[in-house]
Design a protein around this ligand. Structure first.
Ligand SMILES: NC(=O)c1ccc[n+]([C@@H]2O[C@H](COP(=O)([O-])OP(=O)(O)OC[C@H]3O[C@@H](n4cnc5c(N)ncnc54)[C@H](OP(=O)(O)O)[C@@H]3O)[C@@H](O)[C@H]2O)c1
Length: 253
């Protein structure tokens, strides 16, 4: 890995090491004062595809997976849309020995919670995501979601009702922040990320750009109505590995 733009202000040693990546992707200080920071981590092909054969796996690489793991290891909570949970077969976030001391020092449990946004509550409640998480999984849904499924979900997860018809994402983020989870990470998918951006909640985008042209009809990393005004972002760090580019873009201004 090469660190082409270094945000740390001094050499970080081997840029591929977990320590260096944790520094490059450190959350801003504000998270210690109870102010949330919501970062997204997404991967795209060169012509904008956010999936290949239905999954993001085909666009990924070992470096992408390493950064994905570091971003999880830094986070308090991973916010994710239910379709990504279903398509990608989400499992609970795991504890990483390399990050155990840092998480303890920051007052974090060994792994982040997974918080799923869903209207239908079509979730496999017998899956490890619900039966084996280190931190109880959170299900964020609407007041008009199917009541029986909500009751079943509440047996194995913390169910949060935020909004009617649609999950109100600012309310959902306030709920997560209220739990002390200020280091927030969303892993999409595109429909969720589009709404996160539309609600003005996107503080940071960690974008992995895979050196692949796929054409086809895969969505872009953010889907939904065009924003009334484009959100400017500034490039804070850039890593290259085997032709993949890993940019960290922060809300500008
Ligand atoms: N390239 C990448 O980095 C990346 C990242 C993640 C995923 N993906 C790919 O993207 C695809 C899935 O993404 P997607 O955009 O189709 O779906 P998604 O954003 O993961 O999930 C959409 C689902 O989330 C729930 N949802 C979203 N917003 C909601 C709201 N405001 N209120 C209530 N429920 C809400 C709904 O769940 P219910 O249907 O349960 O009501 C909705 O169907 C998969 O193919 C996955 O592999 C790619």
């Amino acid at each position: 890995m090469q660190l082409l733009i270094n945000p740390v202000g001094r050499p970080v040693g081997d840029p591929g090491s977990l320590e260096a990546l944790a520094e490059v992707y450190a959350y801003p200080e504000q998270v210690r004062d109870g102010r949330p920071w919501l970062r997204a981590n997404m991967v795209s092909g060169l012509d904008g595809a956010a999936r290949l054969d239905g999954l993001s796996e085909g666009l990924s690489s070992s470096a992408d997976k390493r950064i994905f793991g570091v971003l999880r290891a830094l986070a308090d909570v991973v916010l994710v849309g239910a379709e990504t949970v279903r398509a990608e077969g989400y499992r609970p976030a795991r504890a990483r020995a390399e990050f155990a001391a840092a998480r303890r020092a920051a007052g974090q449990p060994p792994a982040p919670a997974i918080a799923i946004v869903t209207r239908s509550l079509h979730l496999d409640l017998t899956a490890p995501l619900f039966t084996e998480p280190l931190v109880r999984t959170v299900v964020i849904t609407t007041s008009d979601s199917p009541a029986e499924r909500r009751r079943a979900a509440a047996e194995v997860a913390d169910v949060v009702v935020a909004g009617e018809g649609d999950v109100d994402l600012p309310a959902a983020v306030r709920e997560l922040t209220g739990r002390g989870w200020t280091r927030q990470l969303t892993e999409g998918g595109p429909r969720l990320l589009g709404q996160v951006a539309a609600a003005g909640l996107l503080d940071e985008l960690c974008l992995s750009l895979a050196p692949l042209v796929t054409v086809g009809d895969a969505p872009r990393i953010a889907a939904g109505p065009r924003l009334p005004g484009a959100q400017p972002m500034r490039l804070a760090s850039l890593i290259e590995d085997e032709g993949f580019l890993f940019g960290r873009y922060l809300r500008a201004g």
